[in-house]
Design a protein around this ligand. Structure first.
Ligand SMILES: Cc1ncc(C[n+]2csc(CCOP(=O)(O)OP(=O)(O)O)c2C)c(N)n1
Ligand SMILES: [Mg+2]
Length: 201
């Protein structure tokens, strides 16, 4: 595989991408992986159906899958970094087997482990996460690198398809100012449950 260039990779503005995806969100529930994806989601505006993850990487897609299976009438979006997705590759296989039609996974691919100092991730070397998802059996996969593709994706994530979809969005490698939402997981869980008219556990 070809070694990546040293310069920060070009791509879409991650804050604008996430703001566009949640602009007409309706009932959409959003799980964001730790670090920049969570800051992007918070920067687009806090919402009771935002579930921000903090701490260990690799669980965001599995968390979204569980929520999508538990709430089949609610559209669920997972916003995951490429590093996050690389740490949870097995989730593609389980998502393909379970086929929740209300689940969308969007991978914010800057080809970097941005949060920890912008080391190159495997996608900088050409590892293709959409192809991996397709190889697992996810029937709807795509890579987006322009505004027209983003508009199509925004429309897709708020409605159910024939199955789940996995989309890699090529974003730029610039680091953005941090926008820190609430970090209290129990509080976030209770708020999410209330938004779904579920009582406390
Ligand atoms: C299991 C685990 N390993 C390592 C870390 C340290 N860590 C925190 S964020 C991060 C990089 C995140 O990269 P990515 O998901 O691509 O998000 P980006 O900041 O590039 O948008 C790493 C390695 C962690 N939190 N959990
Ligand atoms: Mg990254």
């Amino acid at each position: 595989m070809t070694p990546p260039p040293d310069a920060a990779p070009p791509g879409l503005d991650r804050r604008a991408v996430v703001a566009r995806l949640v602009r007409d969100r309706g009932a959409l529930l959003v799980v964001s992986s730790l670090g920049a994806a969570t800051y992007d989601l918070a920067a687009a505006g806090d919402h009771p159906r935002n579930f921000y993850l903090w701490g260990g990487m690799g669980g965001a897609m599995a968390m979204g899958l569980g929520l999508a299976l538990a709430q089949p009438s609610v559209p669920v979006l997972v916003l995951a970094g490429d590093g996050e997705a690389l740490m949870g590759l097995g989730s593609f296989a389980t998502i393909a087997v379970q086929r929740p039609a209300n689940l969308s996974v969007v991978i914010l691919d800057n080809r970097l482990y941005g949060e920890t100092g912008s080391q190159h991730s495997h996608t900088a070397w050409g590892v293709d996460l959409a192809a991996i998802a397709a190889g697992c059996g996810v029937s709807e996969t795509a890579t987006v690198d322009d505004d027209a593709g983003l508009d199509r994706l925004a429309a897709r994530i708020v409605r159910s398809g024939n199955g789940p979809c996995v989309t890699v969005v090529r974003i730029g490698g610039e680091e953005m100012p941090r926008c820190l939402p609430v970090r209290d997981g129990a509080w976030l869980k209770a708020r999410l449950r209330a938004s779904l008219d579920l009582g406390p556990l």
